[in-house]
Design a protein. Sequence first.
Length: 413
Amino acid sequence: MSRIAAPSRWYRIIPIVFITYSLAYLDRANFGFAAAGGMNEDLQISKATSSLLSSLFFLGYFFFQIPGAQYASHKSAKKLIFVSLILWAGLAAATGMVSNVTALITIRFLIGVVESAVMPSMLILLSQWFTREERSRANTFLILGNPVTVLWMSVLSGYLINSLGWRWMFIIQGAPGILWAFVWWKLIDETPREASWLTDEEKTELESKLKEEQSAIKPVRNYSQAFRSKAVILLCIHYFLWSLGVYGFVMWLPSIIRASPDMDIVTTGWLSAVPYLVAIAGMFGASYYSDKTQNRSLFIWPFLLIASVAFFCTFFLEGSNFWLSFGSLVIAGGALYTPYGPFFALITELLPKNVAGGAIGLVNSMGALGSFVGAYLVGFLNGLTGSFHSSYILMAFAVLTAAVLTLFLPRRM
């Protein structure tokens, strides 16, 4: 691979992918700030309904993963992401204009539907541009859009809500996605063969390397065979449990912090950003060494174990010392994000190209279902018990089980 224009691929593809996924991720986390910043009071949303709204996005996200991934794999990831960006951004901005709960429920579900294709489409696109030795790092730069977005969004959202209110926060953070969709369409190339900035020799060498990697993967006839395989079943259960912990954390962290005595929304924003700084450092480190050693599971289960232990620590510390409890949440958040690059690299290395797209869609849909359950149950348990104690135990056991399941994932089909 030494002759392939590696710098040009990284500089041309990764920034575009990173910004696109960052914009598409905004609405998942800024909703939690709106709930903590006055939306619930303005629309007279009960705790039970707030829990449903926080999780409803993931229900729409769940249903359309596989069709979206299949379209991206066999037709065009570029076109699907272009359309999704425009629809998502319009709906996200419209969230700031709702006047009743019914409209908010409808918009939250539809945002999940139109955004469901973005993640699997991006992973499929990257698998057509980066080799096995690079894929964990490439995936990490994609998924880095998640913690980086939440980091700056946490700070910005606190100031926007404090200055302009939650409605303008949604409008200001949603509208740029429409403009960016056209930048995406202009700058991204679906495959190396379409890239005018690569030489013919570079295109041929990269495509030959990718084809060689595919020949080393055990053939799988169709989706039915792939979906019934031990590897895909374990990946689905694993990602369901992991996502339950991640989005129980992401959606409710602002409310957890805001519940502390004398905590204002601006300070909540700054503190909510801290776990994502840790996540960024962890993701870079894990992806680099995962690619270097070609051992994916070694950079997945230890971090999930750390996150589980941190949630248990938060359970015991909450109410006694805010800063120690917050420190445990920072560790949990950082550790939860760290394994993403190696995990998604593992999926494309276990399955051949003809079924990898559908498998990514299925695994990601189970993650969406886990996100729905996590976001809903954390809010439900908080409303039922009046505290987040039970939620910490729920997230700890879910992530611990995911860590154990990693040990049973095969390295090959």
